[in-house]
Write a protein that binds this ligand. Structure first.
Ligand code: HGY
Ligand code: MN
Ligand code: MN
Length: 416
């Protein structure tokens, strides 16, 4: 354990106190007071180390460390926002690791007499609302940065209480008009799965994303008395929505193959009016279908929509498909995988190639600039849960690797 490691772990403990929950997790949903508190803490931390901090039009936070005046910028980052009752590692680890790695790169260059000779400067980006819980969809800030969502559309998006993104960001004072093109992107993140732990590896080199189709469905029924209304007269939205949840699970089981797993889920389910003696008139639910293979995903998606038509008849309801958020199974840069593997070998860190089932801001950034995505192990693969855990040793090994990767990138070994 070096002094760099101790400093990182001390900062991680401080960061994890913001929005801390009873069970050892955090609740720092996008642009809440806790998110704002953490953003301001992070700003103070990095400004104390010579970074300059700015915000763009949708609250993405840029912490800039100039190595060579006038040089172009490399981005390293992740997200500080969390799920409700989420883990303290998801996203936040990568943002703090990026800041520490950038600082260590500056020290290494100075020690090697390479001050002002780096081909690139480093900006640490904390992306707004990666989690997509308070405001949908997820990966919102990086979607605007990569042109997949318009800033105007995002700023008008409201949470369940009718508060807009603009109002929320203004209330925590982290919105601006800053703009910065970058030449490449690097992200380190917890795996949120078991494969590194099962394989006994310290580092995951992410070769591609899974494909994911996320749909908001609205099941429309008609309000009625649960006691007095005979079954034949009902248009029960809750029955229809529940059948859709069960159908999604059945499709995962039916469409998974030995080569390609299908994962489906429903994480959000809002019943209206949600009263014990009232047949529900409406249910809003979010259904998620993912797979590694585009054809397998397409078949599962078609099956889901076929079941929607059947359920409409069975429950005598109308099922409307609302917003969607879709990304394809797509590879990260091979050159980045090679550079990261060489960096891990230099440090004697065990590593292996993995695919990411979860979406990340790098899912967007890899479609804009050359991108490297790295994982550190999650204990028992647990995430989006207060029991989410990555060991201190694995965390600091990841910061060591991120430092080595960034050093090679700013020296021009990834992008020219
Ligand atoms: O995977 C997800 O959907 C989330 O954005 N991480
Ligand atoms: Mn994340
Ligand atoms: Mn997450």
């Amino acid at each position: 354990m070096t002094s760099h490691h101790a400093a990182f772990l001390a900062d991680f403990v401080s960061m994890s106190s913001h929005g801390a929950t009873q069970g050892g997790g955090v609740d720092r949903q996008a642009a809440t007071v806790a998110d704002g508190q953490n953003r301001n803490w992070f700003r103070g931390l990095v400004e104390g180390h010579g970074f300059g901090v700015h915000y763009d039009v949708v609250g993405n936070q840029y912490s800039m460390l100039e190595l060579t005046p006038g040089a172009p910028w490399i981005a390293v980052g992740s997200h500080l926002d969390s799920q409700p009752l989420g883990g303290r590692f998801d996203g936040a680890y990568g943002v703090l690791a990026g800041a520490h790695a950038a600082k260590r790169v500056q020290e290494k260059l100075a020690a090697a007499g390479e001050e002002s000779s780096a081909k690139f400067n480093i900006v640490v980006i904390n992306w707004f609302n990666e989690e997509g819980c308070r405001f949908k969809p997820s990966m919102m800030g990086s979607s605007v940065y990569t042109g997949k969502l318009s800033a105007a559309q995002v700023l008008e998006t409201t949470d369940p209480h009718g508060v807009s993104v603009r109002e929320a960001l203004e209330s925590i004072g982290t919105i601006g008009d800053f703009e910065l093109p970058v030449s490449a992107y690097v992200e380190i993140h917890i795996e949120q799965g078991r494969s590194l732990e099962d394989r006994g590896l310290a580092i995951g080199l992410v070769e591609s994303t899974w494909g994911a189709n996320k749909y908001e469905f609205v099941v429309h029924g008609d309000q009625a008395h649960t006691g007095a209304t005979i079954i034949a007269d009902r248009q029960d939205a809750l029955l229809g929505a529940s059948a859709l949840v069960v159908a999604a699970r059945e499709i995962a089981l039916e469409h998974s193959t030995d080569q390609h797993m299908v994962i489906t889920s429903c994480g959000e389910f809002n019943v209206f009016p949600n009263s014990p003696v009232v047949v529900a008139s409406r249910v809003n639910l979010l259904v998620d279908v993912r797979s590694t293979d585009p054809d397998v995903l397409a078949a599962a998606d078609a099956a889901l929509h076929a079941r929607v038509a059947e359920i409409e008849k069975m429950a005598n309801v109308r099922i409307e498909r609302g917003a969607e958020h879709v990304w394809g199974a797509k590879a990260y840069d091979q050159a980045g995988l090679k550079l990261a593997a060489e960096a891990a070998d230099t440090l004697g860190l065990s590593h292996g190639v993995v695919r990411t089932l979860a979406g990340h801001d790098s899912t967007n950034m890899k479609d804009l600039v050359p991108t490297i995505m790295l994982f550190v192990p999650s204990v028992e693969g647990i995430s989006h849960n207060e029991r989410e855990l990555t060991s201190d040793n694995d965390m600091v090994a990841g910061v060591d690797l991120l430092t080595e990767v960034l050093l090679r990138v700013v020296r021009g070994e990834f992008v020219a």
